[in-house]
Design a protein around this ligand. Structure first.
Ligand code: SF4
Ligand code: SF4
Length: 468
Protein backbone atom coordinates (compact mmCIF):
# COMPACT_ATOMS: atom_id res chain seq x y z
CA UNK A 1 0.00 0.00 0.00
CA UNK A 2 1.34 3.45 -0.76
CA UNK A 3 1.71 6.38 1.62
CA UNK A 4 -0.34 9.53 1.24
CA UNK A 5 -4.09 9.64 0.97
CA UNK A 6 -5.99 6.76 2.49
CA UNK A 7 -8.68 7.02 -0.17
CA UNK A 8 -8.48 5.19 -3.52
CA UNK A 9 -6.57 7.14 -6.19
CA UNK A 10 -8.78 9.01 -8.62
CA UNK A 11 -8.20 11.06 -11.73
CA UNK A 12 -9.73 14.42 -12.55
CA UNK A 13 -11.20 15.14 -15.99
CA UNK A 14 -8.74 16.90 -18.31
CA UNK A 15 -9.66 20.60 -18.66
CA UNK A 16 -8.51 20.77 -22.28
CA UNK A 17 -11.51 22.87 -23.34
CA UNK A 18 -10.70 25.65 -20.80
CA UNK A 19 -8.56 28.64 -21.82
CA UNK A 20 -6.50 28.35 -18.62
CA UNK A 21 -5.28 24.92 -19.72
CA UNK A 22 -3.25 26.62 -22.49
CA UNK A 23 -2.11 29.65 -20.42
CA UNK A 24 1.68 29.31 -20.47
CA UNK A 25 2.26 31.25 -17.24
CA UNK A 26 -0.21 29.02 -15.40
CA UNK A 27 1.32 25.91 -16.94
CA UNK A 28 4.77 27.01 -15.80
CA UNK A 29 3.47 27.65 -12.28
CA UNK A 30 2.01 24.14 -12.15
CA UNK A 31 5.17 22.55 -13.60
CA UNK A 32 7.24 24.28 -10.92
CA UNK A 33 4.85 23.23 -8.15
CA UNK A 34 4.93 19.59 -9.23
CA UNK A 35 8.64 19.41 -10.10
CA UNK A 36 9.51 20.80 -6.68
CA UNK A 37 7.48 18.07 -4.96
CA UNK A 38 9.08 15.40 -7.17
CA UNK A 39 12.58 16.74 -6.49
CA UNK A 40 11.99 16.29 -2.77
CA UNK A 41 10.43 12.87 -3.21
CA UNK A 42 12.46 11.10 -5.94
CA UNK A 43 10.53 7.84 -5.68
CA UNK A 44 10.20 7.62 -9.46
CA UNK A 45 13.95 7.86 -10.10
CA UNK A 46 14.11 4.55 -12.01
CA UNK A 47 10.77 4.42 -13.84
CA UNK A 48 11.74 6.20 -17.04
CA UNK A 49 14.11 8.89 -18.29
CA UNK A 50 11.90 11.88 -17.38
CA UNK A 51 12.65 11.77 -13.66
CA UNK A 52 16.46 11.32 -13.92
CA UNK A 53 16.49 14.23 -16.40
CA UNK A 54 14.46 16.35 -13.96
CA UNK A 55 16.59 15.53 -10.94
CA UNK A 56 19.88 16.06 -12.83
CA UNK A 57 18.57 19.39 -14.13
CA UNK A 58 17.73 20.67 -10.66
CA UNK A 59 20.74 19.15 -8.87
CA UNK A 60 23.08 20.64 -11.47
CA UNK A 61 21.62 24.17 -11.25
CA UNK A 62 23.36 27.07 -9.46
CA UNK A 63 21.42 26.69 -6.22
CA UNK A 64 20.66 22.98 -6.53
CA UNK A 65 17.00 23.98 -6.29
CA UNK A 66 14.29 24.64 -8.84
CA UNK A 67 14.47 28.43 -8.44
CA UNK A 68 17.64 28.61 -10.51
CA UNK A 69 16.39 26.41 -13.35
CA UNK A 70 15.22 28.10 -16.55
CA UNK A 71 11.77 26.91 -17.66
CA UNK A 72 12.96 26.40 -21.22
CA UNK A 73 15.06 23.50 -19.89
CA UNK A 74 11.91 21.60 -18.88
CA UNK A 75 11.34 20.42 -22.44
CA UNK A 76 13.69 17.38 -22.37
CA UNK A 77 11.92 16.22 -19.19
CA UNK A 78 8.57 16.36 -20.97
CA UNK A 79 9.97 14.81 -24.14
CA UNK A 80 11.14 11.71 -22.27
CA UNK A 81 7.66 10.92 -20.96
CA UNK A 82 5.89 8.12 -22.86
CA UNK A 83 2.62 8.73 -20.95
CA UNK A 84 2.96 5.20 -19.57
CA UNK A 85 1.09 6.25 -16.38
CA UNK A 86 3.31 4.17 -14.11
CA UNK A 87 4.30 7.08 -11.83
CA UNK A 88 0.62 7.91 -11.26
CA UNK A 89 -0.53 4.32 -10.91
CA UNK A 90 2.24 2.62 -8.95
CA UNK A 91 4.40 5.12 -7.09
CA UNK A 92 2.92 8.47 -6.32
CA UNK A 93 1.42 8.98 -2.83
CA UNK A 94 0.25 12.46 -3.79
CA UNK A 95 -2.32 11.69 -6.48
CA UNK A 96 -5.90 12.91 -5.95
CA UNK A 97 -7.69 12.93 -3.58
CA UNK A 98 -4.43 13.88 -1.74
CA UNK A 99 -4.29 17.64 -1.29
CA UNK A 100 -1.10 17.86 -3.43
CA UNK A 101 -3.31 16.81 -6.35
CA UNK A 102 -0.41 15.53 -8.43
CA UNK A 103 -0.88 13.89 -11.83
CA UNK A 104 2.52 13.89 -13.50
CA UNK A 105 1.55 12.19 -16.81
CA UNK A 106 -1.39 14.51 -17.40
CA UNK A 107 0.84 17.50 -16.69
CA UNK A 108 3.22 16.25 -19.39
CA UNK A 109 0.19 15.90 -21.64
CA UNK A 110 -0.83 19.50 -20.90
CA UNK A 111 2.65 20.75 -21.83
CA UNK A 112 2.38 18.91 -25.16
CA UNK A 113 -1.14 20.22 -25.73
CA UNK A 114 0.20 23.77 -25.33
CA UNK A 115 3.01 22.99 -27.79
CA UNK A 116 0.50 21.48 -30.20
CA UNK A 117 -1.72 24.54 -29.98
CA UNK A 118 1.25 26.80 -30.70
CA UNK A 119 2.08 24.68 -33.77
CA UNK A 120 5.33 23.39 -32.25
CA UNK A 121 4.68 19.72 -33.14
CA UNK A 122 6.45 18.87 -36.40
CA UNK A 123 4.17 18.25 -39.39
CA UNK A 124 5.93 14.99 -40.29
CA UNK A 125 5.55 13.69 -36.73
CA UNK A 126 1.81 14.24 -37.14
CA UNK A 127 1.80 12.40 -40.48
CA UNK A 128 3.54 9.36 -38.97
CA UNK A 129 0.81 9.20 -36.31
CA UNK A 130 -2.01 8.88 -38.86
CA UNK A 131 -2.23 5.13 -38.38
CA UNK A 132 -5.46 4.57 -40.34
CA UNK A 133 -4.33 6.49 -43.42
CA UNK A 134 -0.88 4.88 -43.25
CA UNK A 135 -2.39 1.45 -42.56
CA UNK A 136 -4.65 1.58 -45.61
CA UNK A 137 -1.74 2.65 -47.81
CA UNK A 138 0.63 0.12 -46.23
CA UNK A 139 -1.78 -2.79 -46.79
CA UNK A 140 -2.53 -1.61 -50.34
CA UNK A 141 1.19 -1.72 -51.18
CA UNK A 142 2.35 -4.17 -48.51
CA UNK A 143 5.20 -5.66 -50.57
CA UNK A 144 6.70 -2.25 -51.23
CA UNK A 145 5.97 -0.89 -47.73
CA UNK A 146 7.53 -3.91 -46.01
CA UNK A 147 10.59 -3.69 -48.24
CA UNK A 148 10.97 0.03 -47.58
CA UNK A 149 10.64 -0.27 -43.81
CA UNK A 150 13.17 -3.09 -43.33
CA UNK A 151 15.96 -2.09 -40.94
CA UNK A 152 18.59 -3.24 -43.45
CA UNK A 153 17.22 -1.09 -46.27
CA UNK A 154 19.75 1.68 -45.89
CA UNK A 155 18.44 3.78 -48.75
CA UNK A 156 14.79 4.06 -47.68
CA UNK A 157 15.50 4.11 -43.95
CA UNK A 158 17.94 6.98 -44.35
CA UNK A 159 15.29 8.91 -46.26
CA UNK A 160 12.67 8.10 -43.61
CA UNK A 161 15.02 9.26 -40.87
CA UNK A 162 15.79 12.53 -42.62
CA UNK A 163 12.25 13.32 -43.76
CA UNK A 164 10.05 11.77 -41.08
CA UNK A 165 12.35 11.62 -38.04
CA UNK A 166 12.04 7.82 -37.70
CA UNK A 167 15.27 6.33 -36.40
CA UNK A 168 16.78 4.17 -39.12
CA UNK A 169 17.52 1.37 -36.61
CA UNK A 170 14.02 1.11 -35.11
CA UNK A 171 12.06 -2.06 -35.92
CA UNK A 172 8.80 -0.98 -37.57
CA UNK A 173 5.64 -3.09 -37.83
CA UNK A 174 5.11 -4.83 -41.14
CA UNK A 175 1.85 -4.46 -43.06
CA UNK A 176 -0.62 -7.25 -43.78
CA UNK A 177 -1.68 -7.79 -47.39
CA UNK A 178 -5.34 -7.42 -46.36
CA UNK A 179 -6.69 -5.51 -43.32
CA UNK A 180 -8.29 -7.76 -40.73
CA UNK A 181 -11.75 -6.19 -41.10
CA UNK A 182 -11.75 -7.22 -44.78
CA UNK A 183 -10.56 -10.73 -43.93
CA UNK A 184 -13.32 -11.10 -41.31
CA UNK A 185 -15.97 -9.81 -43.74
CA UNK A 186 -15.19 -12.79 -45.98
CA UNK A 187 -15.19 -15.54 -43.34
CA UNK A 188 -15.93 -15.90 -39.66
CA UNK A 189 -15.31 -19.03 -37.55
CA UNK A 190 -18.35 -21.06 -36.45
CA UNK A 191 -19.46 -20.39 -32.85
CA UNK A 192 -19.21 -23.40 -30.52
CA UNK A 193 -22.74 -23.79 -29.13
CA UNK A 194 -21.54 -26.37 -26.57
CA UNK A 195 -19.06 -24.05 -24.83
CA UNK A 196 -19.96 -22.99 -21.27
CA UNK A 197 -19.87 -19.29 -22.24
CA UNK A 198 -22.24 -19.72 -25.19
CA UNK A 199 -24.68 -16.80 -25.20
CA UNK A 200 -22.05 -14.09 -24.66
CA UNK A 201 -21.76 -11.37 -27.29
CA UNK A 202 -18.65 -9.32 -28.02
CA UNK A 203 -17.45 -6.69 -30.45
CA UNK A 204 -13.82 -7.16 -31.41
CA UNK A 205 -12.38 -3.63 -31.68
CA UNK A 206 -9.50 -4.66 -33.91
CA UNK A 207 -7.21 -1.65 -33.17
CA UNK A 208 -5.03 -0.17 -35.90
CA UNK A 209 -2.13 -2.51 -35.13
CA UNK A 210 -4.10 -5.76 -35.40
CA UNK A 211 -6.16 -4.45 -38.32
CA UNK A 212 -3.30 -3.33 -40.57
CA UNK A 213 -0.17 -4.98 -39.15
CA UNK A 214 -0.30 -8.26 -37.25
CA UNK A 215 -3.73 -9.59 -38.22
CA UNK A 216 -2.78 -12.98 -36.71
CA UNK A 217 -3.55 -11.52 -33.27
CA UNK A 218 -7.09 -10.61 -34.29
CA UNK A 219 -7.49 -13.97 -36.03
CA UNK A 220 -6.40 -15.79 -32.87
CA UNK A 221 -8.81 -13.80 -30.70
CA UNK A 222 -11.69 -14.39 -33.09
CA UNK A 223 -11.01 -18.12 -33.12
CA UNK A 224 -10.72 -18.19 -29.30
CA UNK A 225 -13.99 -16.35 -28.84
CA UNK A 226 -15.83 -18.62 -31.31
CA UNK A 227 -14.39 -21.75 -29.68
CA UNK A 228 -15.61 -20.43 -26.34
CA UNK A 229 -19.11 -19.83 -27.64
CA UNK A 230 -18.96 -16.03 -27.94
CA UNK A 231 -20.92 -14.52 -30.82
CA UNK A 232 -18.54 -11.87 -32.16
CA UNK A 233 -18.76 -8.88 -34.50
CA UNK A 234 -15.56 -7.30 -35.84
CA UNK A 235 -15.95 -3.52 -35.78
CA UNK A 236 -13.19 -1.01 -36.33
CA UNK A 237 -14.42 2.51 -37.11
CA UNK A 238 -11.01 4.12 -36.54
CA UNK A 239 -7.92 4.37 -34.32
CA UNK A 240 -8.40 5.18 -30.62
CA UNK A 241 -6.18 8.27 -30.91
CA UNK A 242 -3.33 7.22 -28.61
CA UNK A 243 -0.74 8.47 -31.18
CA UNK A 244 -2.47 11.87 -31.19
CA UNK A 245 -2.65 11.90 -27.38
CA UNK A 246 1.13 11.41 -27.23
CA UNK A 247 1.46 14.48 -29.45
CA UNK A 248 -0.90 16.59 -27.32
CA UNK A 249 -3.65 16.81 -29.94
CA UNK A 250 -6.50 16.28 -27.47
CA UNK A 251 -9.19 17.71 -29.77
CA UNK A 252 -8.38 15.05 -32.35
CA UNK A 253 -8.58 12.34 -29.70
CA UNK A 254 -11.99 13.68 -28.64
CA UNK A 255 -13.22 13.50 -32.25
CA UNK A 256 -12.13 9.88 -32.50
CA UNK A 257 -13.69 9.01 -29.14
CA UNK A 258 -17.03 10.48 -30.22
CA UNK A 259 -16.97 8.72 -33.57
CA UNK A 260 -16.03 5.28 -32.20
CA UNK A 261 -18.44 5.56 -29.25
CA UNK A 262 -21.36 6.47 -31.58
CA UNK A 263 -20.62 3.50 -33.87
CA UNK A 264 -20.36 1.04 -31.00
CA UNK A 265 -23.31 2.42 -28.99
CA UNK A 266 -25.98 0.19 -30.66
CA UNK A 267 -23.91 -2.93 -29.91
CA UNK A 268 -23.36 -1.91 -26.29
CA UNK A 269 -27.10 -1.24 -25.96
CA UNK A 270 -27.76 -4.80 -27.14
CA UNK A 271 -25.49 -6.25 -24.46
CA UNK A 272 -22.24 -6.69 -26.41
CA UNK A 273 -18.96 -6.31 -24.54
CA UNK A 274 -16.21 -4.46 -26.43
CA UNK A 275 -12.82 -6.15 -26.50
CA UNK A 276 -9.68 -4.25 -27.53
CA UNK A 277 -6.65 -6.24 -28.63
CA UNK A 278 -3.91 -3.79 -27.62
CA UNK A 279 -3.73 -2.50 -24.02
CA UNK A 280 -3.04 1.14 -24.97
CA UNK A 281 -6.31 1.14 -26.92
CA UNK A 282 -8.22 -0.57 -24.09
CA UNK A 283 -6.83 2.07 -21.73
CA UNK A 284 -8.09 4.82 -24.03
CA UNK A 285 -11.61 3.36 -24.21
CA UNK A 286 -11.79 2.64 -20.49
CA UNK A 287 -10.02 5.58 -18.88
CA UNK A 288 -8.66 8.37 -21.08
CA UNK A 289 -11.74 9.04 -23.22
CA UNK A 290 -14.05 9.51 -20.22
CA UNK A 291 -11.53 11.99 -18.75
CA UNK A 292 -11.41 13.90 -22.04
CA UNK A 293 -15.20 13.86 -22.58
CA UNK A 294 -16.66 13.49 -19.06
CA UNK A 295 -20.17 14.55 -20.09
CA UNK A 296 -20.51 12.21 -23.08
CA UNK A 297 -22.94 9.38 -22.31
CA UNK A 298 -21.90 7.16 -25.25
CA UNK A 299 -18.25 7.40 -24.20
CA UNK A 300 -19.12 6.59 -20.58
CA UNK A 301 -21.30 3.61 -21.53
CA UNK A 302 -18.62 2.30 -23.87
CA UNK A 303 -15.94 2.60 -21.20
CA UNK A 304 -18.03 0.49 -18.83
CA UNK A 305 -18.49 -2.23 -21.49
CA UNK A 306 -14.82 -2.34 -22.54
CA UNK A 307 -12.29 -5.07 -21.83
CA UNK A 308 -8.67 -5.75 -22.56
CA UNK A 309 -8.30 -9.01 -24.57
CA UNK A 310 -6.72 -11.11 -21.80
CA UNK A 311 -9.09 -9.60 -19.25
CA UNK A 312 -12.12 -10.73 -21.29
CA UNK A 313 -10.83 -14.31 -21.64
CA UNK A 314 -10.15 -14.44 -17.89
CA UNK A 315 -13.64 -13.09 -17.25
CA UNK A 316 -15.01 -16.11 -19.14
CA UNK A 317 -12.59 -18.44 -17.30
CA UNK A 318 -13.73 -17.06 -13.94
CA UNK A 319 -17.48 -16.99 -14.59
CA UNK A 320 -18.53 -19.73 -17.02
CA UNK A 321 -15.22 -21.57 -17.50
CA UNK A 322 -13.26 -21.98 -20.74
CA UNK A 323 -14.12 -24.59 -23.37
CA UNK A 324 -12.14 -27.84 -23.28
CA UNK A 325 -9.21 -28.54 -25.54
CA UNK A 326 -6.13 -26.76 -24.12
CA UNK A 327 -2.98 -28.85 -24.68
CA UNK A 328 0.65 -28.28 -23.57
CA UNK A 329 2.70 -26.16 -25.98
CA UNK A 330 6.12 -27.21 -24.61
CA UNK A 331 8.96 -24.94 -23.62
CA UNK A 332 8.70 -21.78 -21.56
CA UNK A 333 6.85 -18.54 -21.97
CA UNK A 334 8.16 -15.16 -20.90
CA UNK A 335 5.28 -12.73 -20.77
CA UNK A 336 5.89 -8.99 -20.59
CA UNK A 337 3.20 -7.10 -18.68
CA UNK A 338 3.04 -3.74 -20.40
CA UNK A 339 2.61 -0.40 -18.60
CA UNK A 340 -0.75 0.27 -20.27
CA UNK A 341 -2.00 -3.11 -19.01
CA UNK A 342 -0.88 -2.25 -15.50
CA UNK A 343 -2.50 1.16 -15.81
CA UNK A 344 -5.85 -0.58 -16.30
CA UNK A 345 -5.62 -1.85 -12.69
CA UNK A 346 -6.80 -5.33 -13.65
CA UNK A 347 -3.98 -7.54 -12.36
CA UNK A 348 -1.70 -9.71 -14.49
CA UNK A 349 -4.44 -11.12 -16.72
CA UNK A 350 -2.00 -12.32 -19.40
CA UNK A 351 0.01 -14.31 -16.84
CA UNK A 352 -3.16 -15.85 -15.43
CA UNK A 353 -4.35 -16.71 -18.93
CA UNK A 354 -1.09 -18.37 -19.96
CA UNK A 355 -1.02 -20.40 -16.74
CA UNK A 356 -4.19 -22.09 -17.94
CA UNK A 357 -2.10 -23.86 -20.60
CA UNK A 358 -1.16 -27.25 -19.13
CA UNK A 359 2.45 -28.17 -18.34
CA UNK A 360 3.84 -24.84 -19.51
CA UNK A 361 6.17 -22.66 -17.46
CA UNK A 362 5.23 -18.98 -17.49
CA UNK A 363 7.56 -16.23 -16.28
CA UNK A 364 6.15 -12.70 -16.12
CA UNK A 365 8.28 -9.57 -16.51
CA UNK A 366 6.54 -6.49 -15.19
CA UNK A 367 8.57 -3.44 -16.12
CA UNK A 368 8.51 -0.76 -18.81
CA UNK A 369 9.90 -1.92 -22.16
CA UNK A 370 10.71 1.70 -23.03
CA UNK A 371 8.89 1.57 -26.35
CA UNK A 372 6.11 4.08 -25.82
CA UNK A 373 4.30 3.64 -29.17
CA UNK A 374 5.21 6.07 -31.96
CA UNK A 375 7.39 7.95 -29.43
CA UNK A 376 9.99 5.16 -29.26
CA UNK A 377 10.79 4.99 -32.97
CA UNK A 378 11.49 8.72 -33.32
CA UNK A 379 15.14 9.68 -33.83
CA UNK A 380 15.15 11.85 -30.70
CA UNK A 381 13.85 9.02 -28.53
CA UNK A 382 15.10 5.69 -29.87
CA UNK A 383 18.29 5.63 -27.74
CA UNK A 384 16.24 6.55 -24.64
CA UNK A 385 13.73 3.83 -25.51
CA UNK A 386 16.56 1.26 -25.67
CA UNK A 387 18.07 2.55 -22.42
CA UNK A 388 14.77 2.38 -20.50
CA UNK A 389 14.11 -1.11 -21.85
CA UNK A 390 17.53 -2.56 -20.89
CA UNK A 391 16.48 -4.14 -17.56
CA UNK A 392 13.58 -5.91 -19.34
CA UNK A 393 15.90 -7.09 -22.13
CA UNK A 394 18.30 -8.51 -19.53
CA UNK A 395 15.55 -10.36 -17.69
CA UNK A 396 13.98 -11.77 -20.86
CA UNK A 397 17.41 -12.84 -22.20
CA UNK A 398 18.04 -14.77 -18.96
CA UNK A 399 14.65 -16.49 -19.22
CA UNK A 400 15.18 -17.43 -22.86
CA UNK A 401 18.64 -18.85 -22.09
CA UNK A 402 17.12 -21.06 -19.37
CA UNK A 403 14.19 -22.28 -21.49
CA UNK A 404 13.96 -26.02 -21.77
CA UNK A 405 12.40 -26.40 -25.23
CA UNK A 406 10.87 -23.66 -27.41
CA UNK A 407 11.24 -20.12 -25.99
CA UNK A 408 8.20 -17.92 -26.32
CA UNK A 409 8.41 -14.18 -25.67
CA UNK A 410 5.07 -12.42 -25.75
CA UNK A 411 3.70 -9.14 -24.47
CA UNK A 412 0.22 -7.81 -23.99
CA UNK A 413 1.60 -4.94 -26.11
CA UNK A 414 2.91 -6.42 -29.37
CA UNK A 415 4.89 -3.26 -30.17
CA UNK A 416 6.66 -3.54 -26.82
CA UNK A 417 7.38 -7.18 -27.64
CA UNK A 418 9.10 -6.24 -30.89
CA UNK A 419 11.08 -3.53 -29.10
CA UNK A 420 12.25 -6.05 -26.47
CA UNK A 421 13.29 -8.58 -29.14
CA UNK A 422 15.13 -5.84 -31.00
CA UNK A 423 16.83 -4.82 -27.73
CA UNK A 424 17.97 -8.44 -27.30
CA UNK A 425 19.36 -8.45 -30.84
CA UNK A 426 21.23 -5.20 -30.30
CA UNK A 427 22.62 -6.38 -26.94
CA UNK A 428 23.76 -9.59 -28.59
CA UNK A 429 25.38 -7.66 -31.43
CA UNK A 430 27.16 -5.43 -28.87
CA UNK A 431 28.55 -8.50 -27.11
CA UNK A 432 29.64 -10.48 -30.13
CA UNK A 433 30.19 -7.63 -32.55
CA UNK A 434 28.09 -9.56 -35.05
CA UNK A 435 24.69 -8.33 -36.18
CA UNK A 436 22.51 -11.35 -35.53
CA UNK A 437 19.37 -9.99 -37.20
CA UNK A 438 15.98 -10.88 -35.71
CA UNK A 439 16.54 -14.65 -35.85
CA UNK A 440 17.03 -15.11 -32.13
CA UNK A 441 15.50 -18.59 -31.92
CA UNK A 442 12.45 -17.11 -30.19
CA UNK A 443 9.06 -18.30 -31.43
CA UNK A 444 7.26 -15.77 -33.63
CA UNK A 445 4.12 -15.35 -31.49
CA UNK A 446 3.77 -11.77 -30.22
CA UNK A 447 0.64 -11.74 -28.05
CA UNK A 448 -0.49 -14.06 -25.21
CA UNK A 449 -3.81 -14.52 -27.03
CA UNK A 450 -1.94 -16.16 -29.93
CA UNK A 451 -0.35 -18.65 -27.53
CA UNK A 452 -3.69 -19.58 -25.98
CA UNK A 453 -5.14 -20.13 -29.47
CA UNK A 454 -2.03 -22.20 -30.29
CA UNK A 455 -2.66 -24.34 -27.19
CA UNK A 456 -6.18 -24.96 -28.50
CA UNK A 457 -4.81 -25.86 -31.94
CA UNK A 458 -6.55 -22.78 -33.37
CA UNK A 459 -3.55 -21.23 -35.12
CA UNK A 460 -4.15 -18.50 -37.67
CA UNK A 461 -4.22 -19.46 -41.36
CA UNK A 462 -0.69 -19.32 -42.75
CA UNK A 463 -1.52 -17.88 -46.16
CA UNK A 464 -1.82 -14.31 -44.87
CA UNK A 465 1.09 -11.94 -44.85
CA UNK A 466 1.69 -10.56 -41.34
CA UNK A 467 4.41 -9.02 -39.28
CA UNK A 468 5.30 -12.19 -37.40
S1 SF4 B 1 4.01 8.59 -17.26
FE1 SF4 B 1 5.62 7.02 -17.42
S2 SF4 B 1 7.18 7.93 -18.76
FE2 SF4 B 1 5.82 9.60 -18.05
S3 SF4 B 1 6.86 10.44 -16.25
FE3 SF4 B 1 5.39 8.88 -15.52
S4 SF4 B 1 6.61 6.97 -15.38
FE4 SF4 B 1 7.77 8.42 -16.64
S1 SF4 C 1 5.39 11.58 -9.34
FE1 SF4 C 1 4.90 11.39 -7.14
S2 SF4 C 1 6.08 9.57 -6.47
FE2 SF4 C 1 6.95 10.23 -8.43
S3 SF4 C 1 8.68 11.56 -7.87
FE3 SF4 C 1 6.87 12.87 -8.21
S4 SF4 C 1 5.94 13.12 -6.17
FE4 SF4 C 1 7.34 11.37 -6.05
Amino acid sequence: MREGSLDAPMRHPIDWQEDDFYDEAKLDEELRRVFDICHGCRRCFNLCDSFPRLFDLIDGSDTGELDSVDSKDFKPVVNACTLCDMCFMTKCPYVPPHEFNLDFPHLMLRYRAVENKKGDVATMAKQVRKTDRNGKLGCGFSGLANWATREDNRLTRTVMETVAGIDRRAALPKYAATPFTKQAAKSMPAVNADAPAHGRKAVLYATCFANYNNTDIADAMLALLAHNGVETEVVYPECCGMPQLEAGDIAKVADKAKSVARTLAPYVAEGYSVVALVPSCALMLKQEWPLILPGDTAVKTLSEASYDAAEYIMDIAGKEGLADGLAPIGGEVTVHISCHSRAQNMGQKATQLLRLIPETKVRPVERCSGHGGAWGVETDNFETALKVGKPVVKQVTKHVAKADGPAYVVSECPLAREHIVQGMTIAEADTTNIHTGMDSGIQAFQHPIQLLAHAYGLDAPTDRETSS
